[in-house]
Design a protein around this ligand. Structure first.
Ligand SMILES: Cc1cc2nc3c(=O)[nH]c(=O)nc-3n(C[C@H](O)[C@H](O)[C@H](O)COP(=O)(O)OP(=O)(O)OC[C@H]3O[C@@H](n4cnc5c(N)ncnc54)[C@H](O)[C@@H]3O)c2cc1C
Length: 678
């Protein structure tokens, strides 16, 4: 192997204390119990750039250089000394390393394999926080320095350049970009090597392979995004779609120890990933960008051991089997799953104008992220649509654009947009609302140049506006299901109580119980988020219900298999005990749920099966949120909680059988349970 000819200096890294925190000797001792201590010698390569990262190291003695090779030269990113540890997000995702780790002075390290590290971050909260924060900050530093092994050469006026930039950015993959429009030498170079316009943008991948206008799938392939994923293994859960609802499902399912694979046809984050600022999500009072929120969710899913395949969507599903489902992915391979969660969301509708498609990405956009806002700096823009996403885009774009015109067909925004956004729009002098207005034509050459619109049926007016953000509702991404599950007239998937008896009979629903809240007309196939009929198209509703759904999945899996987890041995404990949160173990009374009934006006009391026969120690009403029964009792949990509180306040230990009947609107539920002193 040729030695590098020059070593650059270590670059100053911001936020160094958190990016490279020092571990204490007590923390190192705790880590050592999960791995082994060993000597390392000068020059030994512990991790090589471009190879998957099988190991994690803590320096006990000596020093280790973190270097980024580039051809025959290399840059020293950092020198690790005693108390430092290796790794960035690639170690969680199982992808190839972006850097090389080489011993500078001999010493001793603690060495853990990747599985042991995953197990450690799932069980040790203190170390988990230190590692995950450092891994994320290190990736951010690599991105800020453009220190990947990818160079993108393409015009900022090309929709494919924007597509590739978005793909790399939303996969948190560092890259350097060169725009030939602003660098004449690069254009000459492309001409010299006879790159046609259709060959651009050009992507130099891993410093070696030259890809001409590659698809996202080709880029994922070249960067090895999916190579560590085992496709032969039968999964407990396959989540299709990595928008907020898919990511939330994956986090909750993987954190329960299930073996989870996420399939994403494009990039993680879904629609929310292109949201400039989400302000109506609990816990973020000053808002958070969709990209940041979903990137955190992605890391969280990986932390719990969920696998993800990028740019590799579901193309078909075979639902003729009842106990498992086979999904054919875009490459033609097949993946088997015990349960499937459909989280494929919906796509924005396009305006039905002749040449609109020509300007996709070069004047017509469906998301307003930082990339788009930079393109229309100081210019006038149009936002079409009256929903929250349109309002958000308008408010965000108003920070960069000279003027934002919101075009809506209706008389106003009151019926379609959240009140807080309407107020922002009213208060913003840069934004004008045009009710009863529609675009009739668009014009331009390589880029959109002119837009014609009509108001209240008047003659079309021409406006020299080069950027239109179309946010006019969405169509569900359900074509790949080919009628496997029951849908409504618009193609959204029906679940749980929305499925009528006739629909279940037509779908040949095979079980004595009705479908769970988010279960489709196929047992074990669930639908969440925007793709589900009746779901309000909001981020919080996409993520909120995923929690309760996992109870149903667990109950389905509990009948067929013990829970498993990557990096964990198969648990011999019953599912219900293993998943009881610590809060539930504090209480002094024990409630054994025995039977749940639902009152139907025509048929009287009907038994609703208790899938887990759940043992539950209830301390507070909200514990029912986490109870295995929660899907059945979610409507009644507050009343039930009050009842249990009264029960507790009377000092009763309540041995023996008890029942509670609760009304929820026209519905009546009755829960039989047994209380026993500890
Ligand atoms: C610009 C913008 C701003 C918004 N702002 C807000 C806001 O402020 N507040 C709010 O509450 N909501 C907001 N929303 C709406 C919110 O983002 C959506 O409700 C939410 O993203 C829906 O999540 P989801 O996971 O159901 O679907 P999506 O986010 O649409 O994700 C679906 C995912 O599935 C993938 N997929 C599709 N088909 C397949 C397949 N066959 N195989 C594999 N993968 C597939 C897609 O590529 C996508 O990644 C905004 C939306 C946009 C576009």
């Amino acid at each position: 192997m040729t030695a590098p000819i020059a070593a650059g200096p270590a670059r100053p890294i911001q936020n160094i204390e958190q990016t490279f925190p020092k571990l204490t000797s007590a923390q190192i001792a705790r880590i050592a119990t999960h791995g082994r201590k060993r000597r390392v010698e000068k020059g030994e390569v512990l991790i090589a750039v471009g190879k998957t990262i099988p190991l994690f190291f803590v320096v006990v003695e000596g020093t280790i250089d973190v270097v980024q090779p580039a051809g025959r030269t290399e840059t020293t990113v950092m020198v690790l000394s005693p108390g430092d540890f290796s790794g960035e997000v690639s170690i969680l995702s199982g992808r190839r390393s972006l850097i090389t780790l080489r011993v500078a002075t001999p010493g001793e390290v603690v060495e853990l394999d990747r599985e042991a590290l995953l197990q450690l971050v799932q069980t040790d909260a203190e170390l988990s926080e230190i590692f995950v924060r450092a891994f994320l900050l290190r990736r951010v530093a690599l991105i800020a320095e453009g220190m990947g092994d990818v160079i993108l050469v393409g015009s900022n006026h090309s929709s494919d350049t924007l597509r590739i930039k978005e793909f790399l950015t939303r996969n948190a993959y560092p890259y350097a970009a060169i725009d030939p429009d602003s660098d004449r030498d690069i254009q000459d170079l492309l001409d010299h090597f006879q790159f046609a316009i259709s060959d651009t943008p050009v992507l130099i991948c891993r410093g070696r392979t030259v890809l001409r206008n590659p698809t996202n799938h080709e880029i994922a392939d070249c960067l090895g995004f999916n190579e560590s994923v085992d496709q032969t293994q039968k999964r407990d859960v396959v989540v299709v779609g990595a928008g907020p609802s898919g990511l939330a499902s994956a986090v909750y399912a993987a954190s329960e120890g299930l073996d989870v694979l996420i399939l994403e046809s494009n990039v993680p984050g879904g629609q929310a990933g292109s949201s400039s600022r989400i302000e109506n999500y609990l816990g973020f009072p000053s808002g958070i960008s969709g990209a940041e929120l979903t990137a955190r969710a992605y890391t969280q899913a990986q932390k719990f051991g969920a696998d993800m395949m990028i740019a590799e969507g579901a193309a078909r599903i075979n639902c003729s089997q009842n106990k498992s489902y086979t999904i054919q992915i875009q490459s033609g391979d097949r993946i088997t799953a015990r349960t499937v969660i459909i989280a494929t969301g919906a796509n924005y509708r396009k305006l039905p104008l002749d040449n609109m498609a020509r300007f996709e990405g070069v004047g017509v956009y469906h998301g307003a992220s930082h990339i788009e806002s930079q393109l229309c700096k100081g210019e006038e823009v149009i936002v079409v649509g009256g929903g929250n996403s349109a309002g958000q885009a308008a408010v965000f774009l108003a920070q960069a654009a000279r003027k934002v015109h919101i075009l809506v067909r209706g008389r106003g925004l009151a019926e379609t947009m959240s009140r807080y956004l309407i107020r922002r729009i009213e208060e913003s002098p840069e934004i004008s609302l045009h009710p009863c207005t529609e675009i009739t034509a668009v014009e331009g050459d390589d880029h959109l140049e002119r837009v014609f619109w009509t108001t209240d049926g008047s003659a079309p007016e021409a406006h020299n506006i080069r950027h239109v953000f179309v946010m006019t509702g969405a169509e569900p991404c359900t074509k790949w299901l080919e009628g496997c599950v029951t849908m409504d007239s618009r193609g959204f998937i029906k679940t749980g109580p929305d499925l009528t008896r006739e629909e279940l009979a037509a779908a040949k629903w095979p079980l004595p119980r009705p479908p769970h809240l988010l279960e489709t007309s196929r047992p074990g196939v669930f639908a969440v988020g925007d793709v589900r009929a009746g779901n309000i198209k909001r981020f919080h509703s996409s993520t909120r219900r995923c929690r309760s759904k996992n109870g149903c999945i667990l109950s389905r899996l509990s009948r067929t298999t013990p829970r498993r987890g990557r990096g964990r041995t198969t648990s011999s404990r019953p599912v219900r005990d293993a998943r009881l949160p610590r809060a539930l173990r504090r209480t002094d009374s024990t409630h054994f749920a025995r039977q749940l009934e639902f009152h139907d006006a025509g048929r009287g009391w009907e038994n609703r099966p208790l899938e887990l026969g759940g043992v539950h120690r209830a301390a507070a009403p909200d514990d029912y949120e986490r109870h295995p029964l929660r899907d059945q009792v979610v409507q009644v949990r507050h009343d039930l909680g009050r009842h249990l509180d009264r029960h507790a306040s009377r000092g009763s230990r309540g041995e023996g059988n008890q029942a509670i009947t609760v009304r929820d609107g026209a519905e009546r539920w009755r829960l039989h349970y047994q209380c026993a002193a500890r």
